[in-house]
Design a protein around this ligand. Structure first.
Ligand code: NAP
Length: 320
């Protein structure tokens, strides 16, 4: 099969398309013919060798994908060959024509969800679900700011929070991104490249601030977020690419709190709940992954460059 292999940590150019043996499922494993692969920012940090998880070399990147079950190992009874599935973590990596997974890592893909959309489920929607339902227990009627709403996690958060009954404020850095965030359910949108956008956010909350903030770029925004919080408000740090200075008084005076997590740390029980919730949302149409770009698998280096550039529009997906 064809697969992307990383033989040394480095820039996007270390992603090479190679011919390698197609794996076979052992007991408890599933072999999935991958039709679409979700590209996530963490794939680039891991490829650089700077991520908390440093896989042994060589490795095939990717935790997110969707396709059809090709074969199952002994003892697998949840799923059978021919089933449409999405993949949430793998044994051998999703940037490939076939990926080996554990039985617990494949989930039914509802009929109306395309493979490209299925590849955009696990990390983006799992993260939004964990942030809103499990980490902060968001409640209908609360005001939520999604700081970075135009990308994978942001759009997932907008759709989910809107369906939960929150008042959703979202930011993006381009006109196209702002339109998308609005279309997917945000009540108010703001351009995070404009100098006065934080005052605009405060104004839109009647000067009270947001009850909840999902933060995609904490190294730039965390200090400012604390000034945009309502009393007892919570910030969830989802993404950060460097250090940041904050004024603790901003959070003390509001009796606020800062939460943070990585999705890797979700427990087995939390994961079960996440998938049940996501599948229900995909089935009833409240969750609709948005695919901004589809590229051939061989163009993985380009996808890794573009995912870090401004101008997000949902997901970038690779097609093997
Ligand atoms: P993405 O699709 O690349 O989207 C990035 C988002 O950040 C876009 O909405 C982008 O907006 C926005 N952004 C750019 N500059 C910003 C600024 N100054 N202020 C606020 N937002 C800004 O990435 P993603 O998949 O949504 O992930 C977002 C971040 O969360 C990444 O850092 C990722 O590594 C992290 N993450 C963490 C977890 C976890 O487990 N903790 C899970 C998933 C993702 P424009 O492009 O419109 O400017």
């Amino acid at each position: 099969m064809k697969a992307i292999l990383v033989r040394e940590f480095g820039g996007p150019e270390v992603l090479k398309l190679e011919e390698i043996p197609t794996p076979r499922p052992a007991a408890g494993q599933v072999l999935v013919r991958i039709h679409a692969v979700g590209v996530n920012p963490y794939d680039t940090y891991m490829r650089n060798g700077v991520y908390a998880i440093k896989p042994p070399l060589p490795y095939t990147p990717g935790s997110d994908g969707a396709g059809v079950v090709e074969a199952v190992g002994q003892g697998v009874n949840k799923i059978k060959p021919g089933d449409r599935v999405y993949v949430a973590k793998t044994v051998t990596g999703a940037y490939a024509e076939y990926a080996l997974t554990l039985e617990s890592q494949v989930h039914p893909l509802p009929a109306k969800v395309t493979y490209a959309q299925g590849a955009g489920v696990w990390v983006p929607y799992g993260t939004a679900y964990h942030a809103l339902y499990q980490c902060t227990r968001a409640r209908a009627g609360e005001t939520l700011l999604i700081h970075g709403a135009s990308g994978g996690v942001g759009i997932a958060g907008v759709q989910m929070a809107r369906a939960m009954g929150l008042i959703v404020l979202g930011t993006a850095g381009t006109e196209k991104g702002l339109e998308l965030v609005k279309r997917e359910g945000a009540h108010h949108v703001f351009d995070h490249t404009k100098p006065d956008y934080r005052e605009q956010i405060l104004k839109a909350t009647g000067g009270l601030g947001a009850d909840l903030i999902l933060e995609m770029l904490a190294n730039v925004n965390l200090g400012h977020d604390l000034k945009l919080l309502a009393p007892h408000g919570r910030v969830v740090v989802i993404g950060s690419r460097a250090d940041v200075t904050i004024s603790p008084r901003d959070i003390m005076t509001r009796r606020g709190s800062i939460h943070a997590f990585t999705l890797w740390g979700a427990t087995e029980d939390e994961e079960k709940e996440i998938h049940a919730g996501l599948i229900a949302g995909l089935e009833n149409g409240t969750l609709r992954p948005i695919i901004g770009k589809e590229l051939p698998l061989a163009e993985a280096p380009r996808a890794h460059k573009e995912i870090l550039e401004p101008g997000a529009f949902g997901k970038i997906v690779l097609v093997p």
